[in-house]
Design a protein. Sequence first.
Length: 373
Amino acid sequence: MSSKTGVRISRENLVAPGAVAASIENVKHLASYSWIESLVPTISVPGIPPSWAPPSVPVRLQKDSGLVYIAQNAARHPKSPLEPLFRSLYVVNPKFDIRSTDIVADRNNIRKLLSFINPSSSRNGLEAFTIIAEMVGNTVLMCRTETKTSEIIAPHEFKGYGHDTGYHRIISYRFGSLSLVVRHEVDGYVSQPATSKVNEKEKETDGLSGLLGSLSLSATNMKSPGPIISRPLGSEMVIREEGIVVPLDSTLEIKTRVNHKRLDIEEIAPQLWASQTPKLVRAYHNRGLFQEAKVENVTEQIKTWELANQKHLKKLVALIKAICDAVKTCGGKATIRYDEGSDNIIVRPRAGAERLLPKDLYLKWDQQKEKTR
């Protein structure tokens, strides 16, 4: 296909790189934030994650109902879902050199691309998806898109327990020969004495019940002494500098499942791998009555999964590189599309489309150039 109509990337034609392992290395925490309930898009940085405190007795939870988020960043800030990632990053590290990054993406995008390479890596199989991409300098931004960013669960419907904490972490790592900045949601963390507290009392939770509840904060209950509140020029976002800093090795993912359907590590490994989340809670229930749930350190299991899936992960490196080349060929603004039943991803130009970030954030690429002259 020509660059005017798009670039076709075939699964069968992807050639995995040579002997170099497709492993995630040099993982670093960059920033974090929590969404705050407000009339305008508002985040707290570094934010407040829920703390894990296991219940001593079985707990009965109400099923999810009402408003739940499918893609929370897009739902809360549809004009620029990637903006809170960059705002929190530059609050924490104003001198961060974005030019050294090949890819900026949500974990969800990494998982979708992996499911294209290996459909069995997704619990629901390979489904159609669309990702919006933009090249800035040599960095490709990948913005998650969904048909619906939120939904209302009626009282008679059942769609599980515990959607969306609103707390997101931004990390960086090397994957093969690629440098990535990845955003992902965090369900909670295991409290440690080393946790540093910044301007805000730690959010208390009541074990599994608290972690699976609605943990978004409101602007009225964020009353830490003297938080710095700002609104960048040309942006619709409000940033409150408050919260706690959580170490990487304490973060955890929570998965709920009915008692008779046990959750195998293979089902959750791709998600934990893409965000390098070290801890997992498998919470089993019988009609909403949850039994004791324990925190497992799954670091070694995820590493074992990575080693066992080198064939697919090497092709994932090749796919990401092919997409970067295609976005450049398409003029720097493109749509990455997979249609169900196909063996191809199509990257098409987005001529005249709006840019993914506010104007001032693009200056970060130019400012870094000026500093090196």
